[in-house]
Write a protein that binds this ligand. Structure first.
Ligand SMILES: C[S@@+](CC[C@H](N)C(=O)[O-])C[C@H]1O[C@@H](n2cnc3c(N)ncnc32)[C@H](O)[C@@H]1O
Length: 311
């Protein structure tokens, strides 16, 4: 396994917001290379526990090797959409002090050509965070319906030339699967009539296909709901997003869960008899400082939101 580094985004900000009880139970749903987990462990007392989850087998393998002697930490190779079941198996339901999700891909995933995430490095067109589950990007592009492909490029990539790109892909795939990242990048490049001087023409399409292949938005939706059920009163949900689709989901979920349900019409209820909303928002959205962005340009699109379970 290649050893690429990942620079953790909003490290102190996220762990400061998460750690409300130094002897609590915590879940890091996106272990990556363990940047956040490592700081959580530094601040965790001897009876605290941390469950580290990642769907990428390389992340789990690197983590197990690095934290071999850490008895407060356990690893789960899994999608974070299963944190509900995983925590229940530990007897943690409604007892968790903090759930952290640092969404998206890690630098090792982007930088390793063989993972097929990047148009900057030629490799097999894969893009799965868990290479042993589901369809690779190459397989998906070979069979997807034209209109669905247009929709994915438009919605997940906000790509204004979605129809032209989809047409080029569908014409090319008649000769067999598109097998490499560089070939897909070339097809997109040739299909686009105008270029953004600040962005590679394949940026948006690669993002869109990655989100689709990994069901990223469904994963986040399910994990947010599970996290709410797992948190103890006083527990924190901390989510770092890297694009507006994810951030919108997180923002809406937190806002809706922090808002009282409308009073039922026709039933005379006192305000005090109404169900309290389960979450309260903690602070405003946090973005990396200009120093952090200068040191780690990949942090530039990050937004962190925090909510606390109150009922
Ligand atoms: C931005 S990185 C996290 C980096 C980590 N916080 C650190 O400091 O090293 C995102 C990680 O989440 C994992 N991931 C993304 N979506 C996931 C999902 N649905 N289930 C489990 N892991 C996921 C990726 O495999 C990747 O390793």
């Amino acid at each position: 396994m290649a050893t690429f580094k990942h620079t953790t985004v909003l490290l102190n900000e996220a762990v400061d917001a998460l750690l409300v009880d130094s002897n609590g139970f915590y879940i890091d749903g996106t272990f990556g290379r363990g940047g956040h987990s490592s700081l959580i462990l530094d601040r965790l007392g001897s009876s605290g526990k941390l469950m580290a989850v990642d769907r990428d087998p390389d992340a789990i393998e690197a983590g197990r090797a690095r934290f071999r002697n850490e008895s407060r930490l356990c690893f789960r190779h899994s999608e974070f959409s299963r944190i509900g079941e995983l925590a229940e198996e530990m007897g943690w339901k409604a007892r968790v002090s903090g759930v952290l999700l640092d969404l998206g891909v890690s630098s090792p995933q982007l930088d390793a050509a063989e993972r097929g995430f990047s148009f900057m490095h030629d490799g097999p067109l894969d893009m799965r965070m868990n290479p042993s589950a589901g369809q690779s990007a190459s397989e998906w592009l070979q069979t997807v319906d034209f209109e669905k492909l247009v929709r994915v490029l438009k919605e997940y990539g906000e790509e204004r030339f979605a129809r032209r790109i989809a047409t080029a892909i569908v014409e090319r795939r008649v000769d067999g699967p598109i097998e490499t990242t560089s070939e897909l990048a070339q097809i997109i490049d040739a299909a686009i009539p105008v270029r953004d001087p600040h962005k590679h023409p394949a940026t948006r399409s690669f993002q869109a296909i990655r989100i689709q292949v990994n069901s990223e938005l469904d994963e986040v939706r399910k994990a947010l709901g599970d996290a709410l059920d797992l948190l103890a009163v006083g527990g924190r949900l901390v989510v770092i997003s890297f694009h507006s689709l994810e951030d919108r989901l997180v923002k809406r979920f937190m806002r809706d869960s922090a808002r009282p349900k409308p009073m039922p019409k026709g039933i005379p209820l006192m305000e005090s008899q109404q169900d309290k909303p389960p979450l309260k928002l903690v602070g405003k959205a946090v973005k990396p400082s200009s120093e952090e962005i200068a040191a780690n340009p990949r942090s530039r699109s990050a937004v962190m939101r925090v909510a606390e379970r109150v009922a």
